[in-house]
Design a protein around this ligand. Sequence first.
Ligand SMILES: Cc1cc2nc3c(=O)[nH]c(=O)nc-3n(C[C@H](O)[C@H](O)[C@H](O)COP(=O)(O)O)c2cc1C
Length: 205
Amino acid sequence: MDTPVNILAIVGSYRKGGIIERAVDEILASAKEMGAVTRKITLLDKRLAFCTNCRSCTQVAGVNYGVCILDDDMGALLQEIERADALVLASPMNAGTVTAIMKVFIERLVCTAYWPWGAPAPKARRPGKSKRAILVASSAAPAILARLTGDVIKRLKYAAMLLGAKTVGTLFIGLAAQQQHQELSKRTIDKAQKLGRKLAAGKVL
Ligand SMILES: Cc1cc2nc3c(=O)[nH]c(=O)nc-3n(C[C@H](O)[C@H](O)[C@H](O)COP(=O)(O)O)c2cc1C
């Protein structure tokens, strides 16, 4: 029997049970029905410090992610990411971009690059894409407007790229802040479930 696809979702919403988390849950539930192993991490539950730009993690060459001097949950999170075949990266759009906590996470991904002092720019330690990613975003504005004026998907796609994941689908939920506890529309649920099945269907690219 094939080993199941291992899917890890990383959620950057500030609200448990909000639109983003419920959309991610739909994706994971449908992937699980297809036999995938799924896990969801909410960044708010983790201790993630700001990158201090010391660049210790970028100094040593090699394919291993650089080791951060900060003693928090980022190292363990990276190990979970390494074990995953596929990622779901999710964030509401706040002030036109990903949430601050998602941005902290993305900045900490500098360890995926080799960037010694003296080099003009970082170089990916592992160029290429061996994982797949689905990106999920939400906004108060209609999705089409939010996509035009904000950069949530661009930022999440960048994070996926740093983690060696090719983006194979996106879900952008507009008009997501009309009610305090807003329901997902049937259309959104259908799309989320379809994306979950897609992620579960292929182990690697
Ligand atoms: C501080 C803050 C800033 C926000 N900025 C925007 C924004 O720039 N554009 C927008 O369409 N919605 C904005 N929103 C609305 C959120 O995107 C919306 O509430 C969120 O997508 C719902 O996701 P959640 O249920 O997972 O919290 C903002 C919300 C907050 C709290």
